[in-house]
Write a protein that binds this ligand. Structure first.
Ligand code: ATP
Length: 201
């Protein structure tokens, strides 16, 4: 099945655009959701993490304390490597399984880190949701009530806009109205459906 990778910088509109594709009946495999699922309460990976870092890494609810985990791996390269070696294969396996089981003419893998990780190797084409950085700052800080400098720090950690665009097969300009974006999504949906059909012909 044709696999499309969907990505974009923070606040660019990945969720907004994925929801539009989903409304057209397209299956969305969400890398963010999978990365949370593999450490869900009761999962073998979470038990392994609690054994390695101690029960203090869990919240009272039994869930992973993600904020604490982020701080620890930010300060400790060995801890980061250990965690990545545990989680990356699990995330990859679950992503592949969901891609393989998807119904429809094509499937979308939505991931903020599609280009920063090797997830792009799992897809046939890449679509980038794009807006200028000033708008990223505006929309993401309005949504998250985060300080602009926190959003700016995340933008600075992500792949630069120009490099992301250079790797895109298709681009959705999400700087205008939601209606304009919906029109682009519908056009791409027709294009991908056609491409998928021609692959089977
Ligand atoms: P993140 O990387 O932080 O997960 P994202 O790329 O998934 O973000 P969204 O959450 O879809 O981005 O969009 C960011 C914010 O911008 C949301 O509040 C959304 O409602 C708003 N937004 C998205 N597209 C538009 C648009 N075309 N016009 C106005 N607001 C928009």
């Amino acid at each position: 099945m044709l696999r499309i990778g969907l990505t974009g910088g923070i606040g660019a509109g990945k969720t907004t655009v994925s929801d539009m594709f989903a409304a057209l009946g397209v299956t969305i495999v969400d890398a963010d959701v999978i990365s949370r699922e593999v450490v869900a309460v009761g999962s073998p990976a979470l038990l392994t993490i609690a054994k390695h870092f101690g029960e203090g890494i869990l919240l009272e609810s039994g869930e992973l304390d993600r904020a604490q985990m982020r701080t620890r791996i930010f300060k400790d390269a060995d801890a980061k490597q250990w965690l990545e070696q545990l989680l990356h294969p699990l995330i990859r396996q679950e992503t592949l399984s969901q891609l393989d089981h998807a119904a429809g003419a094509y499937v979308i893998l939505s991931s903020p880190l599609l280009l920063e990780t090797d997830q792009h190797r799992l897809v046939d084409r890449i679509v980038v949701v794009d807006i200028p950085e000033t708008l990223q700052l505006e929309r993401a800080s309005a949504r998250d009530k985060n300080k602009r400098d926190q959003i700016q720090a995340i933008i600075d950690q992500q792949i630069p806009r120009r490099q992301r665009l250079a790797r895109a097969d298709d681009v959705i300009d999400n700087s205008l109205s939601l209606e304009a974006t919906r029109t682009s999504v519908e056009q791409l949906h027709a294009h991908y459906t056609h491409l998928a059909d021609s692959l089977h012909a």
